[in-house]
Design a protein around this ligand. Structure first.
Ligand SMILES: *Cc1c(COP(=O)(O)O)cnc(C)c1O
Length: 376
């Protein structure tokens, strides 16, 4: 028998009580019963994001929310700045370019955060810039941006700040309104412990003013239409009704823990994971590591793809590898959402065993597992 352990940065494990809600009979979406669930999710998301604004909810993955944020606030020919430090920053660039938006890409090495001073310079050089787009955490590079520092700069200009917090939400401190984030993009399948399928966007008053003049083509994701339905506790089109039930339960769990405690749990797990990675003899991928996952650089010549395949095939433990130029060269272990120290102990236990089986000499066998245990 093989037991399966999901220790990846999205999708993430779904608690039983969350999954069970999706097995309930299908509710029609134009009913009082569904309206109550919708309202609970709407209010819950405001609590998690720390905003007073409406939260637009779409059927789709996180990328659809990134695209919806772009088409609802920009016009073809607009100038934007994208601060990119990984594959999701590159995705923002591709989305903007697909709609004829002109991108000034400010790229950092994967593992280095966006430099707020460079954003400030670029804004000064081109005052026509309509938006700055960054990730809260870029999952591919396991790096946390200083969103508040960037927001402090952008909020003093006429540009809006669009932040992708698909993987950051729930695990990293975030105050949308207080930090003056204009567009907050997120999804349900990472820190929010729900099966994939609901994408979400909240916008500041400043972003809503931009929306009025935004000419990118759009229909089913038009925020004017979606927002108008929110007052009736509805979505304009059929929502993923079962996922709404699940998400309402997941938010209940976040409320029970308290979002500040949720952040603190992720912080504690990340500290243990970073120490454990170093105990394996590996360097951290990031100079400003996220609290939601940890990336490790494998020794030159080590086959990271084989490592992951063996962990999954032989032990049922699923962690993530590297993307693009980092493929086979790194691994990423998640501590995002429904996870605790035992998940880390399993991950590092499987890592120690598989690394040893592959001929790697651990500096101190058992130490990584012990360090993971220290997060208990
Ligand atoms: C997962 C993720 C997304 C969305 O990816 P989907 O596969 O479309 O859900 C966007 N941004 C970041 C930083 C992510 O980690």
């Amino acid at each position: 028998m093989k037991k399966y352990y999901l220790i990846t940065p999205g999708p993430t494990p779904v608690p039983h009580r969350v999954a069970a809600r999706s097995a309930e009979p299908i509710l029609h979406h134009r009913t009082k019963e569904f309206g109550e669930i919708f309202k609970a999710v709407q209010d819950g998301m405001k609590y998690v994001i720390k905003t007073k604004q409406d939260v637009m909810m779409l059927a789709g993955s996180g990328t659809s929310a990134m695209e919806a944020a772009v088409v609802n606030t920009l016009s073809p020919g607009d100038h934007v700045i994208v601060g990119s430090m990984g594959s999701f920053g590159e995705r923002f660039i591709k989305i903007c370019e697909a709609f004829g938006v002109h991108v000034n890409a400010i790229r950092e090495e994967w593992g280095t955060p966006v430099n707020p001073a460079k954003i400030e310079d670029a804004l000064k050089k081109d005052p026509s810039v309509k938006a700055v787009l960054i990730q809260h955490t870029d999952t591919s590079s396991t790096t946390l941006n200083d969103v508040k520092a960037v927001a402090d700069i952008v909020s003093k200009t006429s540009a809006i700040l669009i932040v992708d917090s698909v993987s950051g939400l729930g695990g990293e401190e975030l105050h949308m309104d207080d930090w003056e984030i204009d567009v907050l993009v997120t999804g349900c399948q990472k820190g929010l412990m729900t099966a994939p399928g609901i994408a979400m966007v909240a916008m500041s008053d400043k972003a809503w003013a931009h929306h009025k003049n935004a000419k990118c083509p759009r229909f089913s994701v038009d925020f004017s239409i979606i927002r108008a339905a929110i007052k009736d506790n509805e979505t304009p089109w059929t929502p993923p009704v079962t996922l709404f039930l699940s998400l309402s339960e997941a938010i209940k769990m976040v409320r029970e823990e308290g979002i500040e405690n949720t952040w603190a749990r992720h912080k504690k797990l990340s500290a243990a994971a970073r120490a454990a990675v170093q105990a394996l003899g590996f360097q951290l991928l990031s100079s400003r590591p996220a609290n939601v996952l940890t990336g490790a650089i494998l020794p030159a010549g080590f086959d990271g793809t084989l490592l992951l395949r063996k962990m999954l095939d032989e032990h049922g433990v699923s962690i993530a590898g590297g993307q693009e130029h980092l493929k086979g060269k790194i691994f990423r272990i998640a501590h995002m959402g429904y996870m605790n120290a035992f998940d880390l102990m399993i991950g590092f236990g499987a890592l120690e065993k598989t690394l040893t089986d592959m001929g790697y000499k651990l500096p101190e066998p058992g130490k990584a597992i012990k360090l993971a245990q220290s997060a208990l």
